[in-house]
Design a protein around this ligand. Structure first.
Ligand code: GDP
Length: 362
């Protein structure tokens, strides 16, 4: 699936879809990401799941463990899902890739009791404008009065286990939510009734608190990616990397570094790169590619381990000289065997595009 410490060229050509989480404040975006990370750590074999910088990779075998009966891993040939750790539509809008949004697909989190709120509408507008496929996580089902929680259970199973009254109350909220979506010109239905996810939004009842419905959420995201994203996920994994800066940070022993998501190709530990900066493109050379160590090794081995290469899609911390002025949201390109001036021009053009977007969005 995801090669890392190798220069092996015989790599899979389908990359991991990049997932963003959006929704109104307090509807549970952060909790949902935490819950997915938590289940992934519990279910994954030690070391199978790595907590990356700014993004969390959940490999297919881990998804399959979490989803249990819902997933037959042989149905899928995408390697898993990569979640951007910073939720919200601000990060969704500022994190861009060549074609538009950095995220390939999205989860719109809506508190099932609270329904559509101003930021839900803003998120829906952004997703429509960028033509990002999304599903709705109808969150906090466990707060339905009288709810009897069945942790980490598929959603239909836990709903069936509730009393008629609780089920009726939840359904009322769910249908109100489906109505809100249709008022905003999105035809939507409970995900198990949706055949065509391109023209209908699937609603997945979940609880970020109890993990109910998380198996369904991951399964539906995999299915959606597999069905509608496969062509876009077919990248030249061995080619020069393209990525986006998430954040510029100071890392002990390395000075200014960037946390980045690589969405195309491969970056290697000695590559020449061009990074978008406040004053324009920065040309520099990778000094180290840094990945957080598994928790149990941090005390003895230090916080980060160096890797030789990273292939799309993945999160990575890049150490290189002259990154102090690098800019969050800016492009990163490996030069490879191209003319460095062409790559500089590409980065300059993308920076100009970002500036225009920023002005448009006020
Ligand atoms: P965000 O602003 O969208 O990131 O929302 P948070 O994840 O910070 O959640 C807001 C509050 O709702 C927190 O107090 C969470 O503990 C709580 N919360 C989130 N999801 C659930 C859920 O599924 N069930 C319950 N009972 N509480 C939740």
């Amino acid at each position: 699936s995801q090669p890392t410490d190798t220069d092996d060229e015989s790599e899979a050509t389908l990359r991991t879809p990049i997932v963003a989480v959006l929704g109104h404040v307090d509807h549970g975006k952060t909790s949902l990401l935490d819950e997915i990370r938590g289940s992934a750590v519990t279910e994954g074999e030690s070391g199978a799941i790595t907590q990356h910088i700014g993004a969390t990779a959940v490999p297919l075998d881990v998804i399959s463990e979490i989803a249990g009966e819902l997933v037959d891993p042989t149905d899928f040939d995408l390697p898993g899902l990569l979640f951007i750790d910073t939720p919200g539509h601000h990060s969704f809008s500022t994190l861009r890739s060549r074609g538009g949004a950095l995220a390939d697909i999205a989860i719109l989190v809506v508190d099932v009791n609270d329904g559509f709120q101003p930021q839900t509408l803003e998120a829906v507008d952004i997703l429509a404008r960028t033509q990002t496929p999304f599903i709705v996580a109808a969150n906090k089902i466990d707060t339905t009065p009288g709810w009897n929680p069945n942790p980490d259970t598929p959603t239909q199973r836990t709903i069936d286990a509730q009393t008629d009254r609780v089920e009726r109350d939840l359904n009322e909220n769910l249908y109100e939510l489906i109505g809100d979506l249709s008022d905003n010109d999105f035809s939507a239905d409970m995900y198990w009734r949706v055949q065509d996810f391109q023209n209908n939004i699937g609603v997945v009842p979940v609880s970020a608190e109890t993990g109910e419905g998380i198996p369904d959420l991951l399964t539906v995201m995999m299915g959606l990616s597999q069905r509608y994203m496969k062509e876009e996920m077919a990248v030249d994994v061995g080619g020069p990397a393209a990525g986006t800066v998430l954040e510029v940070t100071d890392t002990q022993g390395f000075g200014a570094t960037v946390d980045a998501i690589i969405y195309d190709g491969t970056i290697r530990a000695d590559d020449e790169i061009v990074v978008g900066g406040v004053e324009g493109p920065i040309v520099t050379e990778v000094r180290a590619l840094l990945r957080p160590r598994p928790l149990e090794e941090i005390r003895t081995e230090g916080q980060f381990e160096q890797v030789d290469s990273v292939a799309a899609a993945d999160g990575i911390k890049i150490a290189a000289p002259d990154l102090d002025d690098a800019m969050a949201g800016a492009p990163i390109r490996v030069v490879g065997d191209r003319d460095v001036d062409d790559v500089i021009e590409d980065v300059r053009a993308e920076l100009a595009d970002i500036a225009v977007q920023t002005v448009e969005e006020g």
